[in-house]
Design a protein around this ligand. Structure first.
Ligand SMILES: [Zn+2]
Length: 568
């Protein structure tokens, strides 16, 4: 926020927009949910965004611009590179008489104003812009590049389609298409590119925010050149067409370095390639950025204060569990500790962490790797996944002997991690003495802030929520007393979110920390999961769905989306 909490409070109270008591309550709630107080005020309809922007700009004594209401010319956009625009949270939108008009999240940031003045050799006139309007402004940049890439791609494709071309030209064309596809994909925030072949055409699809989207169809005849180009980049065998191959390569796209992981398999009409795009180094983020509320954050912090024990992250593939572990590692990463990992595969490079990759060709398994790491004088070890007795056994033993172990298990919810470890033949007393914290999670798509709207909740939606709460094991009394939101939020669909109504993702969590009471109960002979769960409930334990309901209430997630990922 560009003004302090105290200033915000004064501003709102002096303008008769809120009273002191409500402000206090909302502030407390925003801290609990780990979200910006303004977002909560807007979503709860306690404050009108546009009105707020106007009084804020008066207070800051600067003009205000709403980027949603204008179109920015391309030559103005090109005055400042996108990386600087993202870094400094500014967008140039107009030039008049040698003065550059600059939309700024913080229009009182004189350092940035001077920096841009030097960069562009122009006088700067700063304007206040709100966060979501700034985000909308970024689409002008996206479009700038998208149009360029689309033009190049279309041009290449029509050339291939129209004429009989030599293999050489086809290869040059394929290289151009792959280059532009990668840049195009980065602009759209794509995680995976699928290049597949069917009877009539070759198809390109992008996965964006977890959902696959058809991007374009290509003439069949270019397909094998595309695959060959990818094989060259990833150092794979070009003449091998019948066996799956894996590889990777690094590339610079725009201002950023990317690691591209390649998988190729033979299908009926030819080979299919999937390219996973990963920023080449892990962008450190705070636990709250993952979508954790302050209660959950505290549980994790308790576990990482200890120098031993097991931190387990669970959920299906693509639920964000590795990102959560990487974030925890970043919090632990200091010069006083030795951190090593055995992963399959290594997803991001972490500075000052010794990362090792599982390799079945030389029998380097999780268990084998873990054994080797233990001879490396480690403090903290991340084991990509525990799926067999051997790995589980070594992990538990090392957690017991003063190492902090981070790992993932394939279970649907947090509590199931206990029976899962018992299934792996780990004695119950060992699970009790090593298990520290268990995090289960799913990723939900966030509602696009640009086209968000709210409606009153309908009876059948309340019934759906109650049904799910009952499935989660809440009693009838608990369900009837459950605070259910009055409003539901959705995205209408707009240019910014490619008309999906969603933009970006966040996690929903269920987390428990093994305190003395739980350790004691787990070690007992009469241990059972039902009783375990009721002890947890007394400790404020919430299921993923309940966590999702909080994100529903404040307009971060939609009911459909939460139900979709819960039922996955
Ligand atoms: Zn939208």
């Amino acid at each position: 926020m560009i003004i302090s909490l105290e200033e915000l409070k004064k501003l709102l109270i002096n303008n008769n927009l809120i009273d002191e008591i409500t402000f206090k309550e909302i502030h407390k709630e925003s801290q609990r949910l780990n979200i910006n107080i303004l977002d909560l005020l807007f979503s709860q309809r306690l404050l009108d965004k546009d009105y707020y922007a106007n009084i804020l700009s008066d207070y800051l004594k600067v003009k205000r611009i709403n980027l949603k209401q204008i179109t920015i010319p391309k030559n103005i956009l090109r005055l400042i590179p996108e990386k600087i625009v993202l870094d400094k949270k500014i967008i140039p939108f107009k030039e008049e008489n040698g003065i550059l008009h600059l939309a700024m999240i913080n229009p009182n940031d004189y350092e940035t104003i001077n920096f841009i003045a030097n960069l562009t050799h122009k006088k700067i006139e700063p304007y206040l812009v709100l966060e979501d309007e700034f985000q909308f402004g970024l689409t002008f940049y996206q479009k700038l590049y998208q149009e360029e890439y689309e033009d190049i791609l279309k041009n290449e494709i029509s050339q291939i389609g129209n004429m009989e071309i030599t293999e050489e030209i086809q290869n040059i064309s394929a290289a151009k298409i792959i280059d532009n596809l990668l840049s195009y994909a980065v602009g759209l925030n794509t995680s995976d590119i699928h290049i597949e072949i069917f009877y009539e055409y070759s198809l390109i699809r992008f996965r964006i925010d977890g959902i696959l989207k058809e991007i374009m169809k290509l003439p069949k005849k270019i397909h094998s050149s595309l695959i060959a180009r990818i094989k060259i980049l990833a150092n794979l065998q070009i003449d091998e067409h019948f066996r799956p191959q894996d590889g990777r390569f690094k590339t610079k796209l725009g201002d950023f370095e990317f690691d591209i992981r390649v998988s190729i398999i033979p299908t009926i009409y030819g080979e299919k390639a999937v390219l996973r795009l990963l920023a080449s180094t892990f962008k450190p983020s705070a636990l709250s950025d993952l979508g954790l509320n302050s209660f959950h954050e505290e549980l994790i912090k308790k576990a990482i204060k200890k120098s031993y024990g097991m931190i387990i992250s669970t959920g299906p593939t693509g639920s964000g569990k590795t990102t959560t572990l990487y974030t925890i590692i970043q919090l632990l990463n200091s010069s006083e500790v030795n951190i090593c990992t055995i992963e399959d595969p290594i997803e991001y490079e972490l500075p000052r962490v010794n990362q090792m990759q599982v390799n079945p060709k030389i029998n380097l398994s999780f268990a084998e790797g873990l054994r080797a790491l233990l001879r490396q004088d480690p403090n903290i070890i991340m084991v990509g996944e525990i799926r067999d007795y051997e790995t589980a056994d070594i992990a538990v033993q090392s957690a017991l002997t003063g190492h902090l172990i981070l790992t993932t298990l394939h279970t649907n919810d947090a509590i199931s991690s206990i029976p899962r470890l018992l299934d792996l033949k780990i004695p119950k007393y060992l699970v009790a003495s090593t298990l520290s914290v268990v995090i289960a999670q799913r990723l939900v798509r966030k509602i696009c802030l640009n086209c968000i709207y709210s409606t009153e909740i309908k009876n059948y939606q309340i019934e759906t929520i109650k049904e799910q709460l009952s499935k989660d094991g809440l009693s009838e009394k608990e369900i009837n007393e459950y605070p259910i939101t009055k409003y539901l939020f959705k995205g209408k669909g707009c240019e910014l979110c490619s008309y999906s109504g969603y933009r970006g993702r966040t996690g929903i969590f269920e987390i428990f920390f093994m305190d003395d009471e739980l350790i004691d109960y787990l070690a007992r002979k009469e241990f059972n999961l039902v009783e375990f769960k009721s002890i947890l409930k007394r400790k404020n334990y919430k299921t993923m769905f309940q966590d999702g309901l909080e994100k529903l209430t404040v307009g971060i997630a939609s009911l459909e989306e939460i139900l979709r990922v819960i039922r996955e």
